[in-house]
Structures are given as structure tokens and as C-alpha cells.
Design a protein around this ligand. Structure first.
Ligand code: ADE
Length: 335
């Protein structure tokens, strides 16, 4: 398969099928940077309201650089991975301390910002500046390993290097590609993309991975490059990408205590240097799987032995390899 076969088809498909995401309506590198950092570990539908709120509250670098930590925490609350927001502010302060104080326009300086890795720098420079910089995230890995029939673990060095190389060749090809068809009515809705092939091409890879070339039930019948797809031809779509060792899932059990007195609730702030540092939370602790002495555990974090503990609910959620079960108890005491 030739790069020049698939690149124009992906561009044409994107012009017709791109979701109208708010960060696609701007070319402001600050706004695109914020969206990419939010999207690093978080799904599009979760990010949407956070990004809108952030851009209203902190519309530019100067506003971010001087925002209070509480404001930042509030704007980020629920997105998780809080180092991201601290890096955003540190980066804004570093940029403003430079002569000129503008968002960097060259790849190396974008890459040097705290919290910006190769993927995010590539996304910012291609989307905001239409530079031919490659991107490689989970969605893009799926599209490229399947379309090109690339076996092996994409996290493994040589496979990863091959994928970055391929992503680069493709976006360079996009820079040299004229659109397959004149822009359609739909494409005119995103007019500013019309002459931005590198931006559009990289976004087409992300979009195809998110909408069509999905992990479990890919919609190959809707794929613009299915006739070139090696995995489809060889019936290997479900084998790729070849993520080898399945991650070891670890169950963890936490209990949290809701202690109220006169309409006021007992909360505490997490210390510096731990995960989710500085966030406020109900007193809680991690239990050994077989620990059943909840009153003793409560006493440890509340400072008093509770009179009663009433189960309010159980919440299950997963983060990285941890499967967390959190039991929340209302705690009452006589004091
Ligand atoms: N995931 C990461 N970056 C994205 C973007 N710009 N649009 C949609 N999904 C994304």
C-alpha cells in the first residue's frame, strides 16, 4: 500500500465525518494545548464540559499563569491525574517569563514544556501550526498496526519506532497532498481546516481510531481505507494491535467515612507528595481484603471510635491497573 493511496482518502473521509469538537473551531495554540493535555488520559465526552469551562475561566496564558491553586483544582476536579494541571500552570509561567511571552511556535520548544511529550507536542504543532509532525496514541496505533499489518507489541522499542516512522511519513505525505474532492458543504463548516492538511490528517487518524477502527467491534464497512487494510485482507483485525502481556489487575478496597455535625462535614486535605496531593476528601483508608474491623479502622482516621456506621453505598471504579471498591459509611459518634 502506498502512502499516497491512503492519505487523500483519510483527508476526504475526515472532511465528511469529523465531529464538531469545540477545540477544532480554534487555531489558538493555547486552547489546543489545553485540549490535548485534558485528552491525554481522558475521553472526549468527559473533556468537553471541562474544556469549555476552562476556556471561559482562563482564556489565555496570562490568566492561567496567575490563577490561584484553588481555581485550578476546581476547574480540574474530576479529570484526575492532577500533575497535568500543575504542569499547565508551570508551563504558562515559564512561557510568560521568556522574552515575548508567546506560546512557542517551534516543535523543540513546545516539547520542552512541562507535561508535554512527543505525542502532545506533535498534536499541538500539527493542529495549531499545520506542521508535518507525527502523532502516535492508542487510536493511531490501532489504525496503523491494522492498516499496515504491523505485529508485535507497539510498546516494544523497535515496533514503536516503526510506528512513529510510519506516522511521520504519512503526515509528510499529507503536507504534499491536494484534497481528493473539492470541499463539500460539510467541510465548509470547518473551513479553517481546508488548507491545513497536516492538522486534518493527524486528526483523521485519531478520528478513525475513535469512530471506526475501534478496539472491539470495528466498523470496517465504514472505513475509507478498508481496501488497502492488511489486517482486513488477512482477517487479523482482532489480533492487532498485538498488546502482549495483559496488564495485571489488582483489586483494592477503601472505606470512607462521612461524619457530620450540625450540618458540617468532616473533610481533610491530602498532603503534598502523594497521589492527588492537596485535594479535599472524606477521611478514608485502604483496607486489607480480609479486614472487617471497620470501627477500629474508623477510629484511626476520625480520631474517635464511632457509635454507629451505616453503609451509604459502594462505588466501584478502575484506574490504571487498579480495580477499586470504595465503601462509604455514615459515622456517628456521641462527642
Ligand atoms: N484525542 C487526543 N487529541 C484529540 C483531538 N484533538 N481530538 C479528538 N480526540 C483526541
Amino acid at each position: 500500500m502506498k502512502h499516497r493511496d491512503i492519505v487523500p482518502r483519510l483527508l476526504a473521509w475526515f472532511a465528511q465525518n469529523a465531529r464538531d469538537l469545540p477545540w477544532r473551531r480554534t487555531r489558538d495554540p493555547y486552547a489546543i494545548w489545553v485540549s490535548e493535555v485534558m485528552l491525554q488520559q481522558t475521553q472526549v465526552k468527559t473533556v468537553l464540559p471541562y474544556w469549555e469551562r476552562w476556556m471561559r475561566a482562563l482564556p489565555n496564558l496570562a490568566a492561567l499563569a496567575k490563577a490561584k491553586p484553588q481555581t485550578l483544582h476546581k476547574l480540574w476536579e474530576g479529570l484526575g491525574y492532577y500533575t497535568r494541571v500543575r504542569n499547565l500552570q508551570r508551563a504558562a509561567q515559564l512561557i510568560l517569563a521568556q522574552p515575548g511571552g508567546r506560546f512557542p511556535h517551534d516543535f523543540e520548544n513546545v516539547l520542552a514544556l512541562p507535561g508535554v511529550g512527543r505525542y502532545t507536542a506533535g498534536a499541538i504543532c500539527s493542529i495549531a501550526f499545520n506542521e508535518p509532525r507525527p502523532i502516535l496514541d492508542g487510536n493511531v496505533i490501532r489504525v496503523l498496526t491494522r492498516s499496515h499489518g504491523i505485529a508485535g507489541d507497539p510498546r516494544e522499542r523497535s515496533v514503536n519506532a516503526r510506528l512513529w516512522q510510519l506516522a511521520e511519513e504519512l503526515v509528510v505525505q499529507a503536507a504534499e497532498t491536494a484534497p481528493l474532492k473539492p470541499p463539500s458543504l460539510h467541510a465548509s463548516r470547518i473551513t479553517h481546516h481546508a488548507s491545513r492538511p497536516c492538522a486534518q490528517f493527524n486528526e483523521s487518524l485519531m478520528e478513525l481510531g475513535a469512530l471506526v477502527c475501534t478496539p472491539r467491534q470495528p466498523r470496517c464497512e465504514a472505513c475509507p481505507i478498508v481496501k488497502y487494510c492488511v489486517a482486513h485482507q488477512e482477517d487479523r483485525v482482532h489480533e492487532l494491535p498485538g498488546l502482549s502481556r495483559p496488564t495485571r489487575v489488582t483489586p483494592r478496597r477503601f472505606i470512607a467515612f462521612v461524619a457530620e455535625k450540625g450540618g458540617r462535614f468532616l473533610v481533610r486535605q491530602r498532603p503534598a507528595g502523594v497521589v492527588n496531593a492537596h485535594l479535599w476528601e472524606f477521611p478514608n483508608l485502604e483496607l486489607a481484603p480480609d479486614d472487617s474491623d471497620l470501627k477500629r479502622a474508623a477510629c484511626g482516621v476520625l480520631g474517635v471510635r464511632p457509635e454507629t456506621l451505616e453503609l451509604l453505598g459502594t462505588i466501584k471504579h478502575s484506574i490504571t491497573r487498579y480495580r477499586i471498591t470504595l465503601e462509604a459509611y455514615r459515622a456517628t459518634s456521641r462527642q
